[in-house]
Write a protein that binds this ligand. Structure first.
Ligand code: ATP
Length: 253
């Protein structure tokens, strides 16, 4: 479980997050939603220990994240930030291999190689494994970064807009893959995803954290959070949540 206690974050003197106090369950997939500038990425950075809150605490499975050593954090939490960095000359296989670094510190074992291959296969990257990142499309590169986060084999995966630049089929495939990964089982991961695509949130999220203006609006199970009324209030636009062929969908009216 992630416990966020009375968290404030200021950057360069500007209040970014204020009074965030909630829990995120370990089981399943949590979507973090809210309008542009709501503080979603900033919250994810606090959860990953990338930035230190100005006030309050973040506990992941009981570990005080800002106080934990970087190596300890890296074994507990994998963070995929918004926008993948340019890493010229690196192949997909090498990038995914970097996910194992916190475990082997430069001396990969056969098990590390096996886990890298499993992540490559899991995200449908085998045909691209020897390609350099700069030769890939934006969506292919994005998939490689998600696979790198997966290869870190942390109990928690924090992903900031992992669907950006993906076409509808790959967006759906990656979300369904993440959904499956978050289901109970020996390899289950706790997944927190910043999502702009509300259709994917209603399709896959078990829990939803809604932010607006740096404040927590709601932290609740999907059925409670993702209603037409809540989403319309959150985004100040009429959004309808309904069912099409038995599946929940969200559409802008
Ligand atoms: N270093 C910084 N200094 C000052 N303000 C910042 C800094 N970084 C972010 N902000 C501001 O903090 C607010 C929250 O930004 P954040 O990126 O967390 O929002 P977000 O909900 O992820 O937005 P988006 O959906 O547009 O990606 C924004 O108003 C942003 O301009």
């Amino acid at each position: 479980m992630i416990r966020i206690e009375n968290l404030d974050l200021s950057l360069d003197g500007a209040p970014i997050l204020q009074g965030i106090d909630t829990e995120i369950p370990a089981s399943g997939l949590t979507a973090v939603i809210g309008p542009n500038g709501a503080g979603k990425s900033s919250l994810l950075h606090c959860l990953a220990g990338l930035v230190r809150p100005t006030q309050g605490r973040v506990l992941i499975d009981g570990i005080d994240i800002p106080a934990a050593k970087p190596a300890e954090r890296a074994r507990r939490v994998a963070l995929l930030s918004q926008g993948s960095p340019a890493l010229p000359r690196l192949t997909v296989g090498e990038l995914v291999g970097f996910g194992r670094w916190p475990h082997h510190q430069g001396r990969p074992s056969p098990e590390d190689h096996r886990l890298v291959q499993a992540s490559i296969d899991s995200f449908d990257l085998a045909p691209l494994a020897h390609r350099r990142l700069e030769t890939l499309s934006g969506g292919q590169r994005q998939r490689a970064f998600v696979a790198m986060a997966h290869a870190q084999t942390t109990p928690w995966m924090l992903l900031d807009e992992p669907l950006a630049a993906l076409d509808p089929r790959y967006a759906r495939d990656i979300m369904d893959r993440l959904c499956t990964l978050s289901r109970p089982g020996p390899e289950a991961r706790s997944i927190v995803v910043v999502l702009h695509d509300l259709a994917m949130a209603v399709r896959c999220a078990d829990w939803v954290v809604s932010l607006k203006g740096g404040r927590l609006v709601q932290s609740a199970p999907r059925a409670e959070a993702l209603t037409s009324r809540n989403l319309s209030d959150l985004f100040e636009a009429e959004i309808l949540v309904d069912e099409v062929q038995g599946r929940p969908v969200a559409v802008l009216a």
